[in-house]
Design a protein around this ligand. Sequence first.
Ligand code: ADP
Length: 382
Amino acid sequence: MGGIRSVFVLNTGSSSVKFRVVDPESGAVGAEGLVERIGEPGSQTPDHRAAIEGILSGLDRGAIDAVGHRIVHGGDRFVQATLIDDDVERGIEQLSALAPLHNPPGLLGIRAARAALPELPQVAVFDTAFHAGMPAAARSYAIDAGVAAEHGIRRYGFHGTSYRIVSERAAEFLGRPLDELRLIVLHLGNGASATAIAGGRSIDTSMGMTPLEGLVMGTRSGDLDPAVLLYLQRNAAMTVDDVDELLNRRSGLLGLSGRGDMREVIAAAEGGEAAAELAFGVYVHRLHHYIGAYLAILGGADALVFTAGVGENSAAVRAAALEGLAGLGLQVDAAANAAPDRGPRRISPAGAPVDVLVIPTDEELQIARETAGVLAQGDLRP
Ligand code: ADP
């Protein structure tokens, strides 16, 4: 891929920088790590620039060919991975209004890395890009069309980098062309979403204009009657910021049970804690809701795929998510599901109508590949 052998991949959060130096073709990892508590009191790392300088001081800078950034929201403008220049940087900044929790940290990462490595090409890889071609019926909210158009109110979808690599890996595992497959992929991490994929394209996804819609998450509510927001503001003396904080940070598993980590929820539920049992129940109910919807939207599925932290590691969630769905062709083999394997694997019984798979995601590798892909198109201006 145009001689790009080593990509410095950055996933920048508001107070953290996750990095990996990786060969986009072989996937070989040169270095990886995480800097946390950036800018917090008592931290050695005052800002993102210092974090990136600190990371680079431990690396062979000269061996890095390019930088790849994870950017959450690409809006309508960025529908594929894009070489960063001043104009692109401004474009990402303008999208911060749509993704106030997610884009500003990514932008800090871009600014810090461009300052530290001005000689290298840098590429932004967007979580929304995979969903850019979603059909209009799945993309549109049923609100006044003029208001929607004026404010960019539509469904964009997220976790696209993960969906891309996981759908390719699922096709490889099945030994079938991605073009022919109808997949339901459940990306269940701290943030969680579901996507219906036909022929490698996103047909529908559970996250919407922001990553708040859809499944129950660690601290986010997912789907909710929008009138709840109005009610809380009118009747509970909550401000816009209060509601934002409630739905993004104090809801989901945490809101229901006081625990935002699925491992803790499961342990507490097994110990008979009613709130944890309810949290698990609501989480699974919402999964059922989307699995049923996507079977209908796809007209049936060839495979259902679990990925990300919860999806890859929790046999209990996988078993519960598919319980009672044998009539829809979805079955789990208890022994295969419980096996402590880590790689791509099938957990449905032999001969089942729908293959149920566990496929590990690798967003960092996919960002490196897309970065190399953009640079292979020729334009290397930093
Ligand atoms: P992120 O969305 O931050 O990338 P990950 O995909 O790494 O998150 O997933 C993190 C989540 O995975 C955590 O909330 C954790 O509870 C969950 N998780 C990891 N291992 C297990 C497990 N064995 N059982 C249940 N949940 C797990």
